[in-house]
Design a binder for this molecule. Structure first.
Ligand code: ADP
Length: 535
């Protein structure tokens, strides 16, 4: 630390820490930040679209993740640059708010940054660029609304929803089974949706997975599932109209709390003790039967003696069910968790339409399905797949599909995909630029060019010549006055995305534009970067 004086004689202190910081100012700061943001966008660009590539990431503890989901890729990447972190945040907000379009939003932000760099080099002030971008984003936002269409569906006609979810899934590894998965996602959302209030509580949809089987075996369970089985192999595997006693007390004779000694020195005494024990069990079983229980779910285990008796008395039971699961079962079936046999009453039993045990493969793996629960509309999507990575990626893809279906229920406007909406916005923004006399005009034009990067990336990823394809499609849009022309990634033979049934939700696309603009504006406004030097 040193004390110094300025030119007016005022003392000031120079801190050591200050010396160990590096600073970047003005244009250098902006350029460095733009480079960092673009670097992140470049990584994601190849993952965009139905022909996008997947990324393989390894976490520090050796776990391998294979994914195509922008938010997940960025989350797993260990970035320490602050601007790169902003891009990660950007993708996360899109994921949080909309759930889909997480790659697209980063690609768009990257393109906006690239264009901004050119403007800065031409000497345009960053604030003017930011203002121009803001105006352009508003034009694009409104234009999207204009080219959007209402997409009618109802609980009886779910096909439109399925089609939209299929677009989302078409860019993922699960592409092969997109129809099955899209149907499952839509049915799951409709099961928990309140169509009148346009409200969907996604928390009620549990997504579980188990390695084994095929992706096609993925199923929707109208209820919950527990990774447990019946305690005895001869107990019934299926119970209709189950009345469930949910117990936290063990099926065993009570243990005296104080130390005691029992001397058993004759066969008679042993027999009496045994009979006593059997009587205890018998009373417990009887108690459950008396209140009308047809299934017992127990937090604790019970020994073979009790198990055998339960089987004999025709009372199926499940043992060693964890506390969390027990609570879940209680909530879903409308039952109460009972801590003592004496407290069992008919009202405390949980009710479910059917409880069944299902076995998988040749292993001893069994699961308990509790379906048509009395109190809850909760559903479970049970994913099967060849390996853990596949299941994890399927979970993420299903999450996207669920979000898309939810968004459509909230707001049934859609825009067409394949870059068609971006091209149409680009044309509209470009046309609007002429109306602005100021320097912002340049920024607005650049914004229009940045919008083209999404279809360019889609074309490039599909092996098409990017610029040729884009210009052809753009010309077609203008010539036919058809804003639905996009990139024919899958080589279907038509560029009309309406015919191809490739849509995205309007709110998702609008959010992409808003978020990307916001983050780019934020980056442009930083003109001083102070960071600790690396030693
Ligand atoms: P994100 O994570 O942003 O959703 P995706 O990798 O899912 O990224 O790619 C979405 C993009 O791919 C969207 O622009 C969408 O319009 C486009 N897309 C999806 N399916 C098709 C298709 N069959 N043909 C053309 N474009 C498609």
């Amino acid at each position: 630390m040193a004390l110094a004086f300025d030119e007016y004689g005022r003392p000031f202190i120079i801190l050591r820490e200050q010396e160990s910081k590096t600073r970047l100012r003005g244009l250098d700061a902006q350029k460095a930040n733009i480079a960092a943001g673009r670097a992140v966008a470049r990584i994601l660009k190849t993952s965009l679209g139905p022909k996008g590539m997947d990324k393989m990431l390894q976490s520090p503890d050796g776990e391998v993740i294979i994914t195509n989901d922008g938010a997940t890729i960025l989350e797993q990447m260990d970035v320490d640059n602050q601007i790169a972190k902003l891009m990660v945040e950007l993708s996360r907000s899109q994921d949080y708010e909309i759930g889909d379009g997480t790659t697209g939003v980063v690609v768009m932000a990257g393109a906006l940054l690239e264009q901004a760099e050119k403007l800065l080099e031409r000497g345009i002030h960053p604030l003017r660029v930011a203002e121009g971008y803001e105006m352009a984003s508003r034009i694009a936002f409104e234009h999207l609304e204009k080219i959007s269409q209402k997409y009618e569906f109802s609980a009886d006609n779910i096909e439109p929803l399925v089609q939209t979810c299929m677009t989302t899934l078409s860019s993922k590894i699960v592409n092969r089974c997109k129809r099955t998965l899209a149907e499952i996602a839509v049915k799951a959302v409709l099961a928990v949706a309140d169509l009148e209030r346009k409200d969907v509580n996604l928390d009620l949809i549990k997504v579980e997975g188990k390695v084994g089987g095929k992706l096609e075996d993925t199923e929707l369970i109208y209820g919950i599932m527990v990774d447990k089985d019946m305690s005895h192999p001869q107990m019934p595997k299926r119970i209709e109209d189950a009345k469930i006693a949910i117990l936290t007390c063990p099926f065993e004779p009570p243990k005296p709390k104080t130390k005691h000694k029992v001397d058993i020195d004759s066969v008679e005494k042993f027999q009496t003790l045994r009979q006593q024990e059997v009587k205890y069990f018998d009373e417990m079983v009887q108690k459950c039967k008396d209140v009308g229980a047809t299934l017992v779910i127990c937090q604790w285990g019970f020994d073979d003696e009790a198990n055998h008796l339960l089987m004999h008395r025709n009372l199926p039971a499940v043992r060693w069910v964890g506390g969390v699961e027990l609570e879940l079962i209680a909530i879903a079936t409308g039952g109460r968790i009972v801590p003592r046999f004496q407290e069992l009453t008919p009202e405390k039993l949980g009710k479910a339409g059917v409880v069944r045990e299902k076995s998988f493969g040749t292993t001893k793996d069994r699961m308990l399905y509790i379906e048509r629960c009395a109190n809850s509309r909760a559903v479970t999507i049970f994913i099967r797949g060849g390996n853990k990575m596949m299941i994890e990626e399927t979970k993420r893809s299903i999450h996207d599909a669920l979000c898309v279906a939810r968004n459509l229920i909230r707001n049934n406007s859609i825009v067409y995909g394949g870059g068609s909406a971006e091209i149409s916005c680009s044309v509209a923004v470009e046309a609007a630029a002429d109306r602005y006399p100021g320097v912002e005009q340049y920024a607005i034009r650049s914004f229009a060019q940045a919008l083209d990067h999404v279809p360019l990336a889609l074309a490039e990823n599909s092996g098409l010549p990017p610029i040729d394809t884009l210009t052809a499609v753009k010309a077609q849009q203008i010539k036919e006055n058809n804003p639905f022309c996009g990139i024919d990634c899958n080589d279907v033979g038509t560029t009309d995305m309406k015919e191809q049934n490739v849509f995205e939700t309007l709110i998702g696309k609008q959010q992409q534009i808003l978020l990307a603009t916001q983050v780019v504006k934020m980056i442009l406004k930083i003109d001083d970067v102070i960071s600790p030097t690396d030693y």
